[in-house]
Design a protein around this ligand. Structure first.
Ligand SMILES: C[S@@+](CC[C@H](N)C(=O)[O-])C[C@H]1O[C@@H](n2cnc3c(N)ncnc32)[C@H](O)[C@@H]1O
Length: 329
């Protein structure tokens, strides 16, 4: 490029630093974008061939439309290149390989559209609903006193929405942890990033564990989408692991979904059995009776009537509480 400016002031081995700097420039420019479902995204971008001058940043970084270099401020273009996050399409057109979304005035880096790669980093309508559930919980429970863990953190939006002194973000996808680290840096947050399966990397007791794990049976086995057996395998594993890691007054807030077959909810049945076995308290709410209805056309869902979105709270029943109950007349 040979132009003086952002590129030259960066260490060449610092794509993370370039992305943090790009995020700061977008924030300074007042950038906002609400991430939508893949189906809505596809319909909206089908309306135009490339980004235009009006609303250019949202078209480039939100909708991921092809763009001409002159549309982007040079410093932003240089940072995109320094991060290796732009593809040359030919004919003088480029496309950002990443997206930025906003949630509650905060900016989140996530994967470019379409998110077909197995290691894509998710951010979508479920992220907004998940964070709303966390906020509702915090409004009554208050700020957790102790470690907060967001398992399957993706961009980090769930864990970063909790104002905790000690935050651990875990994911099985290293790219998710890389993006979550960038998003945390943008918010000036110190977090611990832990790679691994479910809660395996977490040993210290947690005051609050939040999770929006994959909950579908995904033929492509994408990490952000495939929830294992019936789509609920990972949710159940997280619930089991959480009971071994929650502090006595701790809570697991699990935002997930389950197939319903002839009125039977396999996730509720399995969680109720787990809670009974482990002496835990289960609160289970169906928050949407019918999501991802297009999945019902797939062979994996041939026996399902619907897919229900649920919010689950699981709490250990403490020794003290048990003892108090037993000593009641
Ligand atoms: C639906 S995405 C949600 C991401 C984020 N929590 C949000 O709400 O935007 C599910 C996330 O779980 C991660 N994941 C999938 N399998 C996992 C596993 N076995 N252990 C930990 N994380 C996992 C994926 O990589 C992905 O980031």
């Amino acid at each position: 490029m040979g132009r003086p400016g952002a590129l030259e002031s960066l260490s060449p081995a610092a794509p993370e630093a370039a992305l943090v700097q790009l995020g700061r420039l977008l924030q300074a420019a007042g950038y906002t974008f609400t991430a939508v479902s893949p189906a809505s995204h596809e319909r909206v971008v089908a309306r135009r061939l490339e980004a235009g001058a009006e609303d250019a940043l949202r078209q480039i970084f939100g909708w991921n439309l092809p763009f001409r270099q002159a549309l982007l401020p040079p410093a932003m273009f240089d940072l995109l290149r320094a991060a290796g996050a732009v593809c040359e399409l030919g004919g003088g057109r480029w496309r950002a390989a990443i997206r930025w979304a906003t949630l509650a005035d905060r900016l989140y880096l996530h994967s470019g559209f379409p998110a077909h790669a197995a290691d894509s980093v998710f951010f979508g309508p479920d992220t907004y609903r998940f964070v709303t559930a966390i906020r509702q919980y915090l409004a009554t429970a208050g700020t957790p006193a102790g470690q907060v863990v967001d398992v399957g953190t993706g961009s980090g939006a769930g864990g970063l929405s909790v104002p905790a002194a000690q935050t651990t973000l875990t994911d099985i996808n290293p790219l998710a942890l890389r993006y979550a680290g960038i998003n945390a840096a943008l918010q000036g947050r110190q977090v611990s990033l832990q790679a691994g399966d479910g809660l395996a990397p977490v040993s210290a007791p947690a005051a609050l564990i939040v999770a929006n794990p994959p909950y579908l049976m995904d033929a492509g086995r994408r990490l952000y989408r495939d929830g294992g057996a019936l789509g609920i395998g990972l949710s159940l594993r997280i619930a089991e692991q959480a009971l071994a890691r929650l502090a006595p007054q701790g809570t697991l807030l699990l935002y997930t979904a389950t197939p319903i077959e002839r009125g039977h909810d396999p996730l509720h049945a399995a969680l109720a059995a787990l809670a009974a076995r482990r002496g835990a308290r289960l609160d289970y709410h169906e928050s949407d009776p019918d999501i991802w209805s297009e999945e019902l056309a797939r062979p994996a869902y041939r026996h399902a009537d619907r897919i229900a979105l649920v919010t689950v709270y699981l709490r250990p029943i403490t020794q003290t509480a048990d003892a108090a109950c037993r000593s009641d007349p």
